[in-house]
Design a protein around this ligand. Structure first.
Ligand SMILES: [Fe+2]
Length: 275
């Protein structure tokens, strides 16, 4: 395994990779597996001002697994996160400022993602991360027992309503066309680790009074994302951040959406259902 030099970025999540430049990223064939191991350990990896282009990002990510492809973009493995009116996905991105993991409505959520900053906001627009492994570990023994069999329903409408509380009929019809997904609250991963599965797509808890379930989910989110448990990354142009989508929540901090901010994301297909 390639040895990589790291520096922890916060107590519960994140490490900066200190000794990787573009040449090593593309040519050290042991690096992808070393990065996957580091992702498992730290949740978030920061390659500060690496300045890779889209092709390098795709080439490196492809060595770590199959990539999600979107027909909406010129390079299908690179989706643009921006509020540019020409971006066909922009209408959904308001909800990125609520805590979530990607693909909550998918049968198998994305494994990980790499995000490179191309244009950054003058103010705001940071990305925040919080570990849902750490959130599980922080539960009391009584909670671990009480939550063991709970199941949570996730819907696209739930996440979108947070940003659009009074949707149009067209928005509602779009949101309702997305699948509804039920996941266990506690995910026992193949690795043996456990994490909590919630976030802004979580609608309600199966078999529990809706309001009571929502309060429980909100309480879990508050505790998981308390300031001392969050890594907040302030972007510089050229930064690349990878995150483990399976044991983390993330969100974008507010910024002026009339001004440009553009991030390029490449996503690794998941290979483990939540159970
Ligand atoms: Fe996201």
């Amino acid at each position: 395994m390639a040895a990589i030099s790291t520096r922890k970025l916060s107590e519960f999540v994140g490490a900066e990779i200190l000794d990787v430049d573009v040449d090593r990223l593309l040519n050290d064939d042991d690096l992808p597996s070393a990065c996957l191991e580091a992702l498992e350990e730290y949740g978030v990896l920061l390659f500060r001002e690496l300045h890779i282009d889209d092709h390098a990002q795709v080439a490196f990510c492809r060595k770590m697994g199959e990539l999600v492809r979107s027909p909406n973009f010129a390079i299908p493995e690179v989706i643009e996160i921006s509020f540019d009116p020409a971006n066909p996905n922009a209408k959904y991105y308001s909800s990125n400022d609520h805590w979530h993991f990607d693909g909550a409505m998918d049968e198998i959520p994305a494994k990980a993602a790499a995000l490179t900053a191309r244009v950054v906001a003058d103010k705001g627009g940071e990305t925040e991360f919080a570990s849902t492994y750490a959130a599980y570990d922080a539960l009391s023994d009584e909670e671990k027992e009480r939550f063991a069999d709970l199941r949570v329903v996730h819907t696209f409408e739930t996440i979108q309503r947070r940003s659009h509380p009074e949707p149009t009929a067209e928005q509602l019809a779009d949101w309702e066309s997305w699948p509804v997904r039920e996941h266990p609250l506690v995910w026992e991963h193949r690795s043996g680790r456990r994490s909590l599965v919630f976030g802004s797509a979580a609608s309600h808890i199966v078999g529990m009074d809706k309001e009571e379930g929502r309060e429980l989910l909100a309480d879990l989110e508050r505790r998981a994302t308390a300031p001392d448990r969050v890594l907040r990354h302030s972007w510089s142009v050229g930064d690349t951040v990878m995150w483990d989508n399976l044991g983390l929540l993330h969100r974008a901090a507010p910024f002026d959406r009339t001004k440009p901010r553009r991030m390029h994301r490449t996503t690794l297909v998941g290979d483990e259902a939540i159970k």
